[in-house]
Design a protein around this ligand. Sequence first.
Ligand code: XMP
Length: 511
Amino acid sequence: MVRETIIIMDFGGGHSQLIARRVREARVYCEILPHDTSAARIKTKNPKGIILSGNLHDIGRGNTPRIDGDIFSLGIGILGISYGGHLIVSHFDGKLSSLPQATDNNIDTALVTDSLLFSDISAESQCQINCTATIGVVPAEFRAIAHTGNQSIVGVEDGDKKVYGLMFHPQALHTSCGKDLLKNFLYKVCECSGDWDMTDFAEESIKRLRDYIGDKKVLCALSGGVDSSVAALMVHKAVGKQLVCIFVDHGLLRKDEGDQVEEIFGKQFDLNLIRVNAQDRFLSRLKGVSDPETKRKIIGQEFIRVFEEEARKIGRVDYLVQGTIYPDVIESGVGGSSVIKSHHNVGGLPDNVDFKEIIEPLRDLLKDEVRLVGEVLGIPKDLVWRQPFPGPGLAIRIIGDITPEKLEILREADAIYRHEIANAGLDKVIWQYFTVLTGMRSVGVSQDQRTYDYTVALRGVTSIDGMTADWARIPFEVLDRISNRITSEVKRVNRVVYDITGKPPGTIEWE
Ligand code: XMP
């Protein structure tokens, strides 16, 4: 199917993902390409428009990537944001004027309302300016369309060429008109109609998978996580029992999680599911190991070994399904985008499993879109919208060595924490929240007896993508309830602390 496409050219600075998310929220499909992609290659994708996204660079200083100037002859809308705005100004021989110091401020911006980009947007909107320069000399044939309160120019356009340069971030939360501005670019400048829809996507993909797979055999490692669940279910809808799912229960899941996976996928959706109860095997491999990286390695290797052993019992399969999503594709620098892809050596793939290709049905999707597809397919909401959970599971939430007793303590404490957060209506607000069994024991008192027991740490963060995070401001009364319940209901815990560290300098997980 021919789909309206917007290309985001990534000049670094980490904003491209968020811009992509905003574009897709506006129901327009987009792809992120590296900044040095040629105009010829972009043309093959037949895009409706291009967004140049970048930050942290300053023309004339240090690392200053350029663009293929031929993109300006494609006759489509082009929006340069921050560094992208700089590029447009300098490409058309305008000049920037450096700000006395790099700013990271919110500035009230008076917008010229007759630009198509600002249609139906208030003349005064708050914008997040995050540049080291504003526009000193507007290029010939361009005009200024946005000023800050002190009259610095932060937006220019050549309306005839449909080229726009901005020195602020429309994708940022602090830019109050940002969503409308991006919609104006997509719908008014690029004349998109908004044909990106998750129900259509799911139906089309299932049909394509069915045609492609035919009567062949497919294998999938189902972890119970959102991505692998949605990918597996999509293939199941396409080819039913030709798909075999292997669920390796490593014993490091949260309370009742293994049984839930089996109940939902094995019973409700009737997937061909093999649950491998490998708890003892993982625990014995992890016995006495306290170094976080060693734990991760052992779990990763053991997982593949168990998977291989099970897969060998099944014999030759034709395809392996993976829940790779778009951010993984960009991060691994693979680029490009198609639903079905040949076997390649992504780290962590089993070596001995005999299959000829990998199928990645979610390769084009952002995380929120995967969740929407999950809903379309009928996966329960609480599973589809559940918070991220690391592959190594509870092993990296127990500081030091892992024992069955510690796992039990952590599981119980974590279940209470999750229950109370949901009760307080905070489960959709906090991006990720979990308990950590710290390696620390301390003195306490219970029923007039001295205790010497574990300290449980509560972690709760808000974040957009996990790359940075802030600690969540959980109300004291909720924390109080959680602490009371954990210390009274979970054996061997006499102290609860709340982690108030952002990322950076902390990470979200403790190990
Ligand atoms: P950190 O701790 O690095 O975590 O700030 C960022 C996000 O990544 C998750 N995470 C992992 N996910 N395998 C995973 O699948 C891992 O080894 C792993 N380590 C961290 C973490 O839960 C958070 O959402």
